[in-house]
Design a protein around this ligand. Structure first.
Ligand SMILES: C[S@@+](CC[C@H](N)C(=O)[O-])C[C@H]1O[C@@H](n2cnc3c(N)ncnc32)[C@H](O)[C@@H]1O
Length: 244
């Protein structure tokens, strides 16, 4: 008998780590988009990587010279990140923590907070942005990517066919909150918090951040080769905010 289970980030951690390690064009593109929002050299910079998963971005930031701590609430993700660090040391450190509280991180202790595809997983955005503000020094920056909320709204799907150009069908963009994808091969089977673009921007502004950059990067050739339908739409949104 097949046992049905409700997936969480912890239960899909092995699958996610394997996908990242075997080289997914989308994950590499998402990583490169986020890294493009930071300086090439990060020596002397303290960085918190919020929702680090198996450490794809954390390691890259450490390799740029930053003092980086990755946090994630999934014990299994943290274990994967630590195992990868032992195999190929980059200097990155990891801790179990939740982005909504960041209880392991001292106030005013980092110049940068990065969040790669993780703010769309936190259940309370206001609490998370407030925690990020607390841990950043004045003048520090939050740089994050999220799946583009306009095209990755709950249950969005591809349309088009033999006689029609491809398109993206988005149902109720205004339906904010938790939803779970029925795709058994997608990360969002573990759930996802949909929020409108304006909700992210408003939350940043309300918590005293000045938006320095909002980008909708064109998918690169590797992504299009892997998923040709994605050619005309930005898969991710990049946002950079300065803590006042
Ligand atoms: C799509 S993965 C991204 C992982 C990594 N940043 C990357 O780019 O590969 C989303 C991550 O968000 C984490 N996450 C879920 N809820 C969270 C929370 N409340 N605070 C921080 N991270 C959370 C998950 O455990 C998961 O590791």
């Amino acid at each position: 008998m097949k046992v049905l289970m409700t997936e969480t980030w912890d239960t899909i951690a092995d699958w996610y780590a394997e996908r990242v390690r075997t080289g997914s064009a989308m994950h590499e593109f998402a990583r490169d988009v986020l890294l493009g929002g930071l300086p090439a050299a990060l020596h002397g910079q303290r960085i918190l990587d919020l929702g680090c998963g198996e450490g794809l971005i954390t390691r890259a930031l450490a390799m740029r010279g930053g003092s980086v701590v990755g946090i994630d609430p999934s014990p299994r993700m943290i274990r994967h990140a630590q195992t990868a660090e032992q195999a190929h040391p980059s200097g990155a450190l990891y801790a179990l923590d939740d982005g909504t509280s960041l209880t392991t991180v001292a106030a005013g202790s980092v110049e940068w907070v990065t969040a790669g595809l993780s703010l769309n997983n936190v259940p309370d955005l206001a609490a998370t942005i407030s925690a990020v503000r607390r841990v950043l020094v004045p003048g520090g920056r939050l740089v994050f990517t999220i799946p583009h909320p306009c095209f990755e709204a709950p249950h969005a799907r591809w349309s088009g066919g033999a006689d029609e150009p491809p398109g993206r069908l988005v149902g109720n963009y205004f339906a904010e909150g938790f939803w779970r994808s029925a795709n058994p091969d997608g990360a969002r089977r573990a759930g996802n918090q949909h929020r409108m673009l304006s909700t992210y921007v408003t939350s940043l502004v309300e918590h005293g951040f000045v938006i320095g950059r909002l980008a909708e990067p064109v998918p690169d050739a590797r992504v299009i080769a892997e998923q040709p339908l994605r050619a005309g739409l930005p898969p991710f949104l990049l946002v950079s905010g300065l803590r006042s």
